[in-house]
Ligand binder design. Structure first.
Ligand SMILES: [Zn+2]
Length: 135
């Protein structure tokens, strides 16, 4: 990618949260009404949890700054937020002339992360582990 386009993209990544996050927070009640229109997850209806089960509640818990509750519903969103914060910090540092690498570049990090996620998806469907009561 051309250097000027890359700098513009990184500036957009740095500035976007300052516009998107307040807008999402301001319209959270409206968003909640929209999400309630979505059909119930078929897995959830059958008493199981798919990888996405609990993400809506996790999102709204996060909007209420309740990180513990957000993680209990589904930790995916928090992990994505952490990765985005690292990306955001890299882009912000680049814009002030410093190149830092905070996001893991190793493919093994992402392989391990996806493996943990897959194992978690299986474990959360075992009733004895009580994940189902959370989501
Ligand atoms: Zn689901």
């Amino acid at each position: 990618m051309e250097k000027k386009k890359l700098k513009t993209l990184r500036a957009a990544v740095v500035l976007a949260p300052f516009f998107i996050l307040p807008a999402v927070y301001a319209f959270k009640d409206f968003l909640l009404r929209i999400f309630r229109l979505f059909p119930e997850c078929l897995f959830h209806r059958m008493g199981l949890l798919c990888p996405g089960c609990g993400n809506t509640r996790s999102f709204f818990a996060l909007l209420n700054f309740d990180i513990a509750e957000s993680i209990m519903y589904n930790p995916d969103l928090i992990i994505l937020c952490i990765l985005f914060i690292l990306l955001w910090a890299e882009c912000a540092a680049y814009l002030i002339g410093r190149e830092i690498k905070l996001l893991p570049r190793s493919k093994w990090f992402y392989i391990v992360l996806l493996t943990i996620f897959a194992v978690y998806c299986v474990l959360r469907n075992i009733p004895a582990l009580h994940f189902i009561s959370l989501a």
